[in-house]
Every structure is written in C-alpha cells, then in structure tokens.
Design a protein around this ligand. Structure first.
Ligand SMILES: [Zn+2]
Ligand SMILES: [Zn+2]
Length: 175
C-alpha cells in the first residue's frame, strides 16, 4: 500500500541507512559517517550541509519532503557532494556549485541546485501538469517549474524548457 503521503512517514525514513547506501553505491564507502538528520523547522530549503554547534552535519527538511517525497535521495546526494568536495579540497570548494560540483552531480545523478522553496506554509493554490509525462503536481507559489522526473530522465537532471509545467489550476492569482 502506498503510504508515502502520510505526514509522519517522512521523519521515520532512516537517513543514516540511506546515507550508507548512497556512500556505498557512489563513493565506495570513502565518506566518513556524519550526522544526517531531519528537521521539521527547515522551511526555506530542501536540505543543507552546514556547521552546527555539534559540528558539520547534513540536515533535510521535513516540510519540503512531505511535499516532494520522491526527492529525498536526490537531496541527500546533493548534500553529500558538498561534504565530499569539502573533504577533498577545503571549505570553499565544498560549498560551491561550480564545475566540480556539477561533474559530481552528473556522476551520481543528483540535482545541481539547492532546492529552495519559499512559502511552504501557504495553501496549495496551483496545480501543474508536465507536457511530457502528464504527471500532476501542486505548489503553493506560482513560478516556473519543470518536471523533475523528466529533467532527470531526459536531460541529466538539468532544467529544460521542454519539461516546463503547464498550469492547470489556479490561474489569475486566484484573488
Ligand atoms: Zn548545494
Ligand atoms: Zn514529466
């Protein structure tokens, strides 16, 4: 049974075992263990690699992934690339989304851009459809979105106007 929309299912996904699996598959297990945790407080971004009072850690947003549960692995891979590049060559390199980051993202199949998502508290007002695969999705804010599965499958994870979502509900700023 598909229960992935259950609000409580997200924080229960074990990020440490997912981390270990990705580490094994894409980094030959060379990445050291690092704290990886969920945050219910993080609303502005999908994930972050940062230095907390407890040291360097990876944090994934619960609200973001409740909305986009299929992106958990993608977000974690993205943050792991920051960690890997930081280990490899220092902080500036680690925090950049430059050429080296993009090459790694392509290699492991992760999105390049930090996904930020303002307005997670607002109600869903917009419904979108992918012109390519016809998947439907909803958003709280209106902006140019592309279909992530299609970008991943057909365009190495990069944005393509071919997969720009069509607004099917919520036109005219819904007054
Ligand atoms: Zn990033
Ligand atoms: Zn699509």
């Amino acid at each position: 049974m598909n229960k992935r929309n259950g609000d409580l299912s997200i924080p229960k996904r074990n990020l440490n075992s997912l981390y270990a699996r990705i580490n094994r598959r894409w980094w030959n297990e060379v990445l050291p263990e690092i704290p990886v945790r969920w945050s219910t407080q993080m609303h502005a971004a999908a994930g972050k690699y940062w230095h907390s009072s407890a040291g360097w850690e990876i944090v994934l947003s619960v609200p973001y992934h409740q909305e986009f549960p299929d992106e958990i692995e993608d977000t974690l891979k993205h943050e792991m690339i920051h960690f890997a590049l930081h280990l490899r060559g220092g902080l500036r390199r680690g925090l950049s989304h430059g050429e080296e980051f993009r090459a790694e993202a392509e290699r492991v199949g992760a999105s390049v851009h930090c996904k930020s998502y303002a307005g997670l508290h607002r109600p869903y007002r917009y419904e979108w459809e992918c012109p390519n695969c016809t998947r439907r999705s909803r958003s709280r804010i209106r902006r140019i979105w592309a279909c992530r599965p299609c970008c991943t499958e057909h365009n190495d994870g990069y944005y393509s106007p071919r997969f720009k979502l069509r607004l099917v509900r919520g036109r005219a700023s819904a007054g």
